[in-house]
Design a protein around this ligand. Structure first.
Ligand code: GRF
Length: 212
């Protein structure tokens, strides 16, 4: 175990240690990445986003990353719709290793992670899913929740394994489903919860790596 150093309130990281580094993979607008980057900028994330990678060349997350001065790259996904080609996934691994990341955060990455990436970062890939897993795995979980008529929804941060939204749960936040909710209004409420939950769980995860 590493020696703990002086601590900020609520953040048990040594100021003498280099920060734990993580890479972010995303396909969309990147609001979860923005939440992580803002908490990092405030000095309380306890770990550092050092690279952002996307399978979508026009993804907002790449522009956001550049705005935060974080290197951002498009990696062409190859011919498959739901996964990266083996070559493309190998390129993700190469870039993440070259950037010396300690763990990987999926923030709206819309492809299933396969063996090369899972083996490169075993037990070190996190995802956020917009439901209270194990309920509503898969796409548009907020719409599934509205259609099922459940009174409560939420979001889950979990480790990524070879299944879809099946890995070990690290944390959840709950939100109500209101009678007038549409899929869109519920998704907006879930996203507000995501932006608080993800930085909190990422901080705890990095702390776990630091004290191992
Ligand atoms: C989030 O709702 C997350 O739960 C899901 O994809 C969405 C990404 O949104 N995995 P954003 O790109 O972070 O805004």
């Amino acid at each position: 175990m590493k020696t703990p150093g002086p601590q900020q309130p609520g953040v048990s990281f040594s100021r003498d240690q280099p920060l734990i580094r993580f890479g972010v993979l995303g396909s969309g607008k990147g609001s979860n990445f923005r939440a992580l980057a803002e908490v990092f900028q405030s000095g309380t994330l306890g770990c550092e986003p050092v690279i952002v990678l996307s399978d979508v060349e026009s993804a907002g997350i790449l522009d956001l990353a550049k705005g935060f001065d974080i290197p951002a790259h498009f990696v062409a996904p190859g011919p498959f719709r739901t996964k990266m080609s083996p070559e493309a996934e190998a390129e993700l691994v190469r870039l993440l290793r070259e950037t010396r990341v300690d763990f990987v955060v999926l923030a709206g990455f819309m492809r299933v992670i396969k063996e090369p990436l899972l083996q490169a970062f075993p037990g070190r890939i996190l995802n956020i899913h917009p439901s209270l897993l194990p309920a509503f795995r898969g796409l548009e979980a907020w719409r599934q929740a509205v259609e099922a008529g459940v009174p409560e929804a939420g979001c889950t941060v979990h480790l990524v394994d070879s299944g879809v939204d099946t890995g070990k749960i690290l944390g959840q936040s709950r939100v109500p489903v209101l009678p007038a909710d549409t899929a869109e209004t519920l998704h907006a409420r879930i996203q507000i919860a995501e932006h608080e939950l993800y930085p909190r769980i990422v901080r705890e995860f990095a702390q776990g790596i630091n004290t191992r």
